[in-house]
Ligand binder design. Structure first.
Ligand code: SAM
Length: 342
């Protein structure tokens, strides 16, 4: 553990040993990770306002509640005006980063997204705009960046191509997903990769390889959360991932990528009521409360029992503030950009 804290990297065996013996090092790891986080970001926890603007998706990922094959989902799309309204009310609440997330929905063409991004950029020039809309062409990513997008979240889901095949149908390409991440980096986005913890078929070796891959990619953000089954997917009877392992991996990621922007995710808070606080105390420094209109909250269900689906954004933020106050860190409303070289 000390070697990791000193060098910010281990070999595969080193990571594997830590993952397998985590019971004896988890608290020490969390302490080191917290110290490194403080060195780079002080006691600040950044908030991002999440706008889940469409639950239509062309993909049929086996784990995901909004997969195209799930006929039980009531589909919705937010209009550009709805999205702008979410951003405006988020701005009033203090948010300075908006994350536009959705399924891969062809209704949002490049032109349509360019218009939405440009308008948010025009109205809120002091805010960061993050996109999370899946795999697109290089030209599309370029246009969206030019329109004003600053950051892009695209979890690679797994570094192992065979494992990827167990999680996705044959028409989805692992190689393309990874290529997209490198393209986003090349285009100058603050780029976020990530994976689910405990997705069906994942091994400890895969997790060690995830750490090596993250070190090599060197993303500005990493999103990890436990896999949680959704009742209307092929993985409905699979075991969920554990909060305890997720929290430990947050520490390993912080130690491997000291400046990374690292959320304690809603999925972590769903699987363990104190999960987000535990994440913050183990190295995470970002929270992503929901700004979507309450009327669509319960339709963007990637997994069962998702947190905060009935609450208004203002309620969410108050609840998070009081939870985080107990950790000794504090929620701040600044943009919270990556503070290293991109
Ligand atoms: N379409 C975009 C994409 O592909 O990146 C963004 C939306 S996608 C639903 C966001 C993330 O949700 C995925 O990258 C995946 O890791 C996570 N997710 C989906 N189903 C999940 C589940 N059952 N449990 C936990 N996380 C899940």
């Amino acid at each position: 553990m000390d070697r990791l804290a000193k060098n910010s990297v281990l070999d595969r065996d080193g990571y594997l040993t830590l993952i397998r013996n985590r019971d004896s090092v988890r608290e020490y790891a969390a302490g080191l990770a917290t110290e490194i986080k403080r060195q780079h970001y002080g006691d600040r926890v950044f908030i991002r306002g999440l706008i889940e603007f469409t639950n239509n998706c062309r993909n049929n990922c086996y784990y995901c509640g909004i997969r195209s094959g799930n006929g039980c989902v009531e589909r919705y799309r937010l209009s550009p005006q709805d999205i702008l309204c979410c951003a405006d009310s988020g701005y009033e609440l203090g948010f300075r980063t908006f994350v536009l997330q959705g399924g891969e929905d062809a209704a949002y063409t490049d032109d349509a997204l360019v218009d939405i991004i440009s308008e948010i950029r025009r109205k809120h020039p002091d805010c960061a705009i993050t996109l999370s809309v899946g795999e697109r062409s290089r030209e599309s990513y370029r246009r969206l960046k030019e329109a004003g997008a600053d950051r892009y979240l695209l979890r690679h889901e797994t570094v192992n191509p065979l494992h990827y095949k167990k999680l996705h149908p044959a028409d989805m390409s692992h190689a393309n997903r990874l290529k997209c991440l490198y393209t986003l980096k090349e285009l100058g986005y603050q780029t976020g990769a990530g994976f689910m913890v405990g997705s069906p078929g994942q091994t400890d070796e895969d997790l060690a390889d995830e750490m090596l891959f993250l070190k090599e990619l060197d993303p500005q953000m990493v999103g990890i959360g436990p896999f949680i089954p959704h009742k209307d997917t092929p993985f409905c009877d699979e075991k969920p991932g554990s909060a305890e392992l997720t929290v430990f991996l947050l520490s390993l990621i912080r130690l491997t990528l000291p400046r990374v922007l690292l959320p304690a995710t809603t999925a972590l808070g769903t699987i363990d009521p104190a999960g987000r606080e535990k994440g913050i105390l183990a190295g995470a420094n970002v929270l992503m409360p929901n700004l979507s209109p309450a009327s669509v909250r319960n339709k963007y269900l990637l997994y069962d029992n998702k947190l905060c689906t009935g609450e208004e954004a203002a309620q969410c933020i108050e609840c998070l503030k009081s939870r985080i106050a107990g950790t000794g860190f504090k929620i701040v409303t600044e943009r919270g950009d990556y503070n290293g070289k991109i």
